[in-house]
Design a protein around this ligand. Structure first.
Ligand code: AKG
Length: 313
């Protein structure tokens, strides 16, 4: 890969950073240099053309986990600093890359992405979780990501939309009860989903935590919620909090496909949390460290090196 730009097109303003902290999301207009947009496009195309054991088709929505691990372009996007600079300067704190996903919606009938939070899917917790959503495609308001403004501060963790249903599946019930007993006893020596899940996995490999409240039916009463959405253009970076309720509109025909890369970044207060209802496997390099609930991710600097810090700039 040729050498790419080493800094963002412009600085994140104080107003943009304040908007992220207040609303839980902000669209940064024209911050990602064109060469990085092109690299993201190449990386997404390569990953889309080469599914792996974690690629999932949900109707016509394709979702991949950890695509940066198998694409040099996406790998560079999350390690070489420009995106980290954008994320970290918005958060106002040092940031490490935690994990990434791709979302591909081909031309034709575009499925919506249902309302959900990200935090409940992962074995991490903390306030400083921030998502960077980047697309090489123009995405109109009625097909792009939207959020419930301020819901990152609601202090409610909703049930994930995935996972086996312990009410209907005895094996799932037993699996969950055993995992929860270990979590409660503080003896969870291994996460529910092991490193082998990186070879073969789908959204029903884990068991949903039925004790968590269901996501409210936001679309049934959209006027009751303060919904924010944007017209996205290549070069923009959409940042949203890991705990915010978000979705993407769909339900109509589109002439072109929508390719998106979404990376999750962790700031200083993010720690490991064994969830009996884990849905998405841990980053593969973390397994050998046998993390314990409550351990800050900064305890694992070789797995999660700091990619940008205000002190270095
Ligand atoms: O791109 C989408 O449709 C959904 C994105 C999303 O849910 C995420 O990045 O967490």
């Amino acid at each position: 890969m040729a050498t790419l730009s080493t800094s963002a097109l412009r600085s994140v303003t104080d107003e943009e950073s304040a908007a992220f902290h207040r609303d839980g999301a902000v669209l940064l207009k024209q911050v990602l240099p064109t060469d990085w947009v092109a690299a993201a496009a190449d990386g997404l195309d390569a990953a889309i053309a080469n599914p792996d054991g974690m690629s999932t088709d949900i109707g016509t929505l394709r979702v991949d986990q950890f695509p940066a691990a198998r694409s040099s372009e996406l790998g560079s996007l999350v390690t070489e600093g420009v995106l980290a600079e954008i994320v970290g300067s918005t958060l106002g704190a040092p940031v490490s890359f935690y994990m990434d996903q791709l979302f591909f919606k081909p031309a034709g009938h575009v499925p919506p992405t249902p309302w959900h939070q990200d935090t409940c899917y992962y074995n991490v917790d903390g306030h400083d979780l921030i998502r960077a959503w980047v697309s090489p495609d123009e995405v109109p308001r009625d097909l792009s990501v939207e959020v419930v403004r301020g819901s990152h501060l609601w202090n409610t963790t909703y049930a994930p939309l995935a996972g086996r249903d312990a009410d209907r599946d005895e094996d799932a019930r037993e699996t969950f009860a055993a995992a929860e007993a270990q979590v409660q006893a503080g003896t969870a020596e291994a996460p529910v989903l092991g490193a082998d899940a990186h070879q073969e996995w789908d959204y029903f490999s884990g068991v949903r935590d039925q004790r968590l409240p269901p996501v409210p039916d936001i679309n049934a009463s959209r006027d009751s919620f303060d919904i924010l959405g944007w017209h996205y253009e290549p070069g923009d970076v959409l940042l949203f909090h890991g705990h915010i309720l978000h979705s993407a509109l769909g339900g109509r025909m589109a002439e072109s496909s929508r390719r998106a890369h979404a990376s999750m970044w962790a700031g200083p207060d993010v720690h490991y949390l064994h969830r009996a209802g884990q849905i998405i496997p841990d980053p593969v390099a973390l397994y050998e460290h046998k993390p314990q609930s409550g351990q800050p991710l900064t305890d694992f600097p070789d797995v999660f090196p700091i990619r940008w810090s205000p002190d270095q700039n």
